[in-house]
Ligand binder design. Structure first.
Ligand code: SAH
Ligand code: SF4
Ligand code: F3S
Length: 473
């Protein structure tokens, strides 16, 4: 299906509802002497983080303030993830807690949106088990949130919109970002790959790329407001453009972003190995602003499992790609995603996965135990290994990778790294925190006025998950 944008007329309807909610909120503020507050929580990937920024953008335009505490909120919105069962369990757990809060605050509105509720069986379950939920809307209904929210505020009964509207892009939704110095910019939505374990194509729809001009305009606006680091976002960014019918691929887009004055760092994720072209590798190598970090999920080292996962590459092809990248960009930081315990995975298959881990020596990895997703092809397969065997393999993977991670960090001791300061350290509030070009977290002695600045930091100590450094005067 061809991609179409939500029209100006369609968005004008949403704006009309934003104005209606705003008037209602102003009324509420006059009568109660306080602003209505919203609380949002995001589960899942950066795509969802970016969607929550749009939700907050719409809420702000509609006159809501924000609170970090669900119990202080007039409306609570959970933006949910369906990728693994534990992500869903957490949301059900939170909804259970909210039930008690709502008993004390009956006027509180509760909304659940995002990937998880795009699945019909989940929405049915929420209706049945959590009847204190007032609004449910899926990923395709994001741009209609103002109308849905207005109806929730003014009608009785639950409002639900999980219709699939495949092939549309909404460009007009306002975005409220948390940080100023760096920003996520979606370049595409959805996914066409149908890896057999994965729910994403079912809850996010088919791949649709944004027009290059829309992306570049957004980045130009960000830069005018002081943003210097841009992360281009999509489920499979290196297939960007294939659905547009223009002669532009992801490498071309990267080059265009590299040419924007004021952009200092460019990151992107996620790349699929089957679409990683030589052109992209050379573009990364040759464009000074593109960070030398590549997140390249391999999922499994076994050719048999890769085939059953529908990944379209072999272990040897993946390794050849890594060799090429390391040759062209020797300072590259590599990260990956791995799944342990895919149904047909044997202990021998797992050893092939460990082989890649030991060969590539990633700076860090995201590792997951396979989670059965209803409606995906792999959900029909029987397991070869027991839960216990899978957990044992998973622990072994973590043990080896933790060691590699520490050793990779030790290589940084004594080096000087350019760090973009982005906040106060999460592990020690007396320190500032930032990231290197390769994406490593560095904690250093500094002051909050440094946020947003690029600072030369000498690495003094490698920790397990981060680096410690001192500013070079
Ligand atoms: N589009 C990206 C990210 C997809 S979701 C990509 O293809 O790399 C992020 C990661 O979650 C995946 O890379 C995969 O490692 C993991 N994942 C997806 N489905 C899963 C499942 N059913 N069980 C366990 N891990 C899963
Ligand atoms: Fe899921 Fe595969 Fe698409 Fe990634 S590429 S979102 S793992 S189907
Ligand atoms: Fe989860 Fe949806 Fe992202 S399923 S991983 S939030 S696209």
């Amino acid at each position: 299906m061809a991609t179409s944008k939500i029209t100006k007329e369609q968005w004008a309807v949403s704006e009309k509802y934003i104005a209606k909610i705003k008037a209602d909120n102003a009324n509420f503020a006059m009568q109660n002497g306080r602003q209505r507050l919203a609380h949002t929580e995001t589960y899942g990937c950066q795509q969802n983080v970016n969607d929550t920024e749009r939700i907050r953008g719409m809420l702000k335009s509609a006159g809501f303030g924000f609170t970090d505490k669900a119990e202080d909120a007039d409306i609570v919105i959970y933006n949910t993830c369906a990728v693994r069962e534990n992500a869903e369990q957490r949301v059900f757990g939170r909804l259970g807690i909210l039930k008690h809060i709502k008993e004390q605050k009956p006027d509180m509105l509760i909304a659940v949106c995002g990937c998880m509720v795009q699945q019909e069986h989940i929405t049915k379950k929420i209706k049945k088990v959590h009847d204190h939920v007032d609004l449910i809307f899926g990923t395709h209904a994001l741009w209609r949130m103002p109308e849905l929210l207005y109806r929730t505020m003014t009608e009785t009964g639950i409002v639900i919109d999980i219709a699939s509207e495949d092939g549309t892009i909404s460009e007009d939704i306002p975005i409220l970002r948390d940080k100023n110095e760096k920003a996520w910019v979606s370049v595409m939505y959805g996914c066409n790959n149908f890896c057999t374990y994965c729910i994403v194509p079912y809850v996010r729809g088919r791949q649709r790329s944004r027009m290059p001009n829309d992306i570049l305009n957004e980045i130009n606006c960000l830069v005018k407001n002081g943003t210097t680091e841009i992360s281009l976002l999509g489920q499979n960014v290196n297939s960007y453009g294939k659905d547009l019918g223009l002669d532009i691929d992801f490498a071309d887009l990267l080059k265009m972003v590299n040419d924007i004055d004021g952009v200092r760092r460019i990151r992107f994720m996620t790349s699929h190995p089957k679409d990683l072209s030589d052109k992209l590798i050379y573009t990364m190598r040759d464009c000074d602003k593109i960070c030398k970090h590549l997140h390249l999920p391999f999922q499994s080292g076994s050719d048999k499992v890769l085939k059953q996962m529908n990944r379209h590459y072999t272990k040897a092809q993946y390794i050849a790609m890594i060799d090429k990248i390391k040759k062209e960009i020797p300072q590259i930081t590599l990260t990956t995603d791995v799944i342990v315990g895919f149904p047909t995975e044997t202990n021998e298959d797992f050893l092939e996965t460990m082989d890649i881990i030991n060969y590539v020596r990633y700076d860090s990895i995201f590792s997951f135990i396979y989670s059965r997703r209803e409606g995906t092809p792999a959900a029909k397969l029987d397991f070869v290994l027991t839960d216990e065997e899978i957990h044992k393999n998973f622990d072994e993977l973590l043990r080896v990778q933790n060691q590699i991670c520490k050793e990779k960090n030790l290589e940084y001791e004594g080096r000087t790294e350019l760090v973009l300061a982005d906040g106060i350290s999460k592990t020690d509030s007396s320190l500032m925190s930032g990231r290197t070009d390769g994406g490593k977290i560095v904690n250093f002695t500094g002051t909050p006025d440094m946020i947003g600045k690029y600072i030369n930091v000498k690495i003094t100590e490698a920790k397990q998950w981060s680096l410690r450094g001192e500013i070079i005067k």
